[in-house]
Design a protein around this ligand. Sequence first.
Ligand SMILES: [Zn+2]
Length: 318
Amino acid sequence: MTVGIIGHYKCGEHDMGEYHPENGKRLTAISDQLIRSGLDYVVRQFDAKPIDKSLISLAHTQEYIDFVFNNAPNEDDETFSVGPDALMNSKTLTSILLSAGAAIDGVDLVMNKTLSSAFCATRPPGHHAEHDKGMGFCFFNNVAIAAAYARDKYKLKRVAIVDFDVHHGNGTEDIVKNYFPLVDDKSDGAYLFCSSYQYPFYPFDIKESDTPPIINTPLAATTKGEGFRKAISEHWLPALNKFKPEMIFISAGFDAHIEDDMSHVSLTEADYRWVTDELKIIAQEHAQGRIVSVLEGGYHLGALGRSVVAHINGLIGN
Ligand SMILES: [Zn+2]
């Protein structure tokens, strides 16, 4: 099984301020752990290519896309706020285009069988970005764009997006539920979105749902690995097996880690390995093993690096 990591050093240059937790050190922490673990010799590594602007409209309004492009700062000391906690500096547009482009590259590399699965080690993240607005460290919804691209370019009928970031993937839900086609010509669902998240917690306004295309799985702040595994086993896995996705996208956020101050949920590397293994079993059963995983949150640098290693070992099957 060939697993690839897609990234670009320029994804580290987007900067929302000196003390902001979503910063370029996150990508350095991941690279350092990949080297320390020896995985850098096992995986294939690719430089991301910037996304073609026309593909962003698979998930966002042209008005919002133009708003981001037209307001992107040019000068070093200039900033522009796209939405709540979504601040652009002069490097941000390049990082955004590479981050979304990596997810597109992941789809191409997996579909043309260069890779069995791909992990996009990129930032900024995307799962809070809604159809017409950015928020919560996110500008364009990388995973939603890539999922729509997989259906559009490769004519896949059913794609699943699963999101184990500790924050609800409100942007992905908004796009999947309101703007993506829900049924195929054969009345199969086209998309399934499963999100687990601490609740009540940012971004707060969430409707519980166990009905496709949205499976929302709230977790109490006291949740530990056992509770997480039980919730995923009861809510996600049966829905995914019923849906039979032809490709699985993962919004891979690692901010539910016990060492991560961003949340109160207490997962460990072993839990990220477990959920990756379970998703891989479903991908092998229904999707020829195709998985494209995209980095979302994860702000404790050590825990982030180790969790990504566990996740990639799961994708490889080490
Ligand atoms: Zn998060």
